[in-house]
Design a protein around this ligand. Sequence first.
Ligand code: NAD
Ligand code: IPM
Ligand code: MN
Length: 360
Amino acid sequence: SQTYRITLLPGDGIGPEILGVTVEILKEIGRQFDLSFEFSEALIGGSAIDAVGSPLPEETLTQCRASDAVLLAAIGGYKWDNLPRHLRPETGLLGLRAGLNLFANLRPATILPQLVDASSLRREVIEGVDIMVVRELTGGIYFGEPKGVFATESGEKRGVNTMAYTEGEIDRIARVAFETAQKRNHRLCSVDKANVLEVSQLWRDRVTALAPAYGDVELSHLYVDNAAMQLVRWPQQFDTIVTGNLFGDILSDIAAMLTGSIGMLPSASLGADGPGVFEPVHGSAPDIAGQDKANPLAQVLSAAMMLRYGLHQAAAADRLETAVTTVLDQGYRTGDIASEGSTILGCQAMGDALLKALNP
Ligand code: NAD
Ligand code: IPM
Ligand code: MN
């Protein structure tokens, strides 16, 4: 049987709850598909700060680099919100993405028919929506220099971040996006703010220049403010979206609400080579942490993305995704996606329902 080394990063808040459930499910998938997973945990985020004083200990990066894939839950929480920037949980996550060179973040927003009524939008607006947001993940305003809070001559403080992209950074994410669109419905919408920002004009020019190499993909462009509006107005118009780091962060949370809950949205963070990190789009949900209320499905679906994109085990990924639709068909819901007539389960019980669905 094939052996895979998986680094688990439970992180903070609901992280350990949703990842615990997911690992049990992966073990079952492993048994069924003759895959053997060697799981090992490592520290990241606030729990790493508490344990060893750093949000991304060097050993964590080393361990991730030596594995076949990384399954990350979520980081962050009130407790660490007032630490200096270099000691914040979020800095650990950004360091992980940069350290593994994970420049491409795939965030699929698919409306499952079972959850149409869980969305805050009307059925006819969201039915059939199937969007892939390709978010640039290691550049843009998250990483641009200069950054910091500096004293001005008058003694007033000035906060600075810089939105910057090189041609090379734009080209490599654009290629991933064009190739993604080729495997989907052959439509790519590039989202920027080229009417105002020079960095966005360069983005638009490069994406446009690459388009002829992908003649079977229909390319369009939207300004980010309009794109945010269009996502809510008429989401069915979108197939693949490519955008920069900050715009992608915001647009993917909007896309999440189309699906009913951010607790449903998985993602894959990929580099040119080396292991990918598979992580839900949502955060550590400190408001419900430790209460067995979290929806584990974004994490479970992130594990499916790990099987599909990281380990190239498509059949196992399909099986896992089918188990998710089965429990939804059975009427099981966590609180965030509850609707009339459904059976509300906690995180752990949802995991048990998935295990049952895998062993009918
Ligand atoms: P959040 O995504 O953690 O929570 C937003 C809302 O969605 C909350 O009401 C929460 O209860 C709910 N929610 C999120 N995931 C859920 C799930 N699986 N099941 C049910 N409900 C869920 O965003 P936030 O509150 O803005 O941030 C909280 C912390 O998480 C912050 O420290 C932030 O920096 C961090 N964060 C981390 C990641 C990550 O690790 N990738 C992503 C986003 C935010
Ligand atoms: C996400 C999160 C992160 C981001 C934070 C926690 C650094 O919001 O993964 O979407 O902004 O990328
Ligand atoms: Mn986010």
